[in-house]
Design a protein around this ligand. Structure first.
Ligand code: ATP
Length: 243
């Protein structure tokens, strides 16, 4: 039977040197879905994305994608399997143009220049503002445009699973709306998405399912509507006190 999950974590532990942050994470992301990862500051969401993208080592436990154990694989290998991380803070090359930043996303792939151009056109169709400003240095873009560029660079790596850390941080509601619409359309084309998002309402509204993390553990899981209706989530993350 075909594997219905794009990513499967089993008892995954990871951290920084002696500091353990993730204490045995079990989770399964279904193919073609948008999954949200929510939790308070310091819960370990970014650390989980770093471990899955190979930026920090897995201490114990494992994770697989499409049948392949990636727990000990290099970041480059994980990227080649279509697991693509858009990091918090965007991490663009400020002095380089938008177009050159996008090209960095295709750097690890062996594709023809015609194919690269086709994929870049696809990014520009998703984010028309990037096309208008393609020769402009990334550092001169607004926060929202920088986020589009960071996601666009991720798209140039041909993601099967696009992991975005803090989509809306510091952005205006209008820009967030545009980004959310772009993610919905990428997802409608079949891309799986893992989203870390501080604005829990946005995250739960957008996702098919969600995981809640606290102190390096998954403490709750459910569909977006289930978690939006959950009194504990409403109290802890939405500031709604129930009667
Ligand atoms: P936030 O929403 O604040 O980014 P988070 O859920 O993404 O929170 P992480 O950034 O994964 O949380 O941090 C989890 C823990 O790991 C925190 O206690 C943090 O101090 C610690 N940590 C993060 N990065 C490092 C690092 N490079 N070295 C040591 N400890 C770190």
């Amino acid at each position: 039977m075909a594997d219905a999950s794009i990513l499967e974590l089993k008892g995954l532990r990871a951290g920084y040197g002696e500091v353990q942050v993730l204490w045995g994470i079990d989770l399964s992301l279904r193919k073609g879905e948008i999954t949200a990862l929510i939790g308070s500051n310091g819960a370990g969401k970014t650390t989980l994305m770093r471990a899955v993208s190979g930026l920090i080592p897995v201490q114990s436990g494992s994770y697989r994608s499409e049948g392949e154990d990636l727990s000990r694989a290099s970041a480059a290998h994980i990227l080649s399997r279509g697991i693509v991380h858009v990091p918090e803070g965007r991490r663009l090359f400020g002095a380089m143009s938008i177009e050159d930043n996008l090209l960095m996303g295709a750097y690890s792939r062996t594709i023809s220049s015609a194919e690269t151009k086709r994929e870049m056109d696809r990014v520009y169709t998703t984010f028309p503002k990037l096309r208008e400003r393609r020769h402009q240095a990334a550092a001169t873009l607004s926060g929202g445009e920088q986020q589009m560029c960071a996601i666009g660079r991720g798209l140039m790596s041909a993601p099967k699973l696009l992991m975005i850390d803090e989509l809306s941080l510091g952005l205006s509601p209008l820009l967030v709306e545009q980004l959310v619409a772009a993610l919905r359309s990428l997802n409608a084309e079949g891309m799986s998405i893992l989203l870390v998002e501080q604005d829990v309402t946005i995250a739960l509204d957008l996702c098919d399912s969600a995981f809640v993390m606290d102190m390096g553990r998954i403490v709750r899981t459910g569909s977006g509507p289930e978690l939006l209706a959950d009194p504990i989530i409403r109290d802890a993350y939405l500031g709604v006190l129930e009667d």
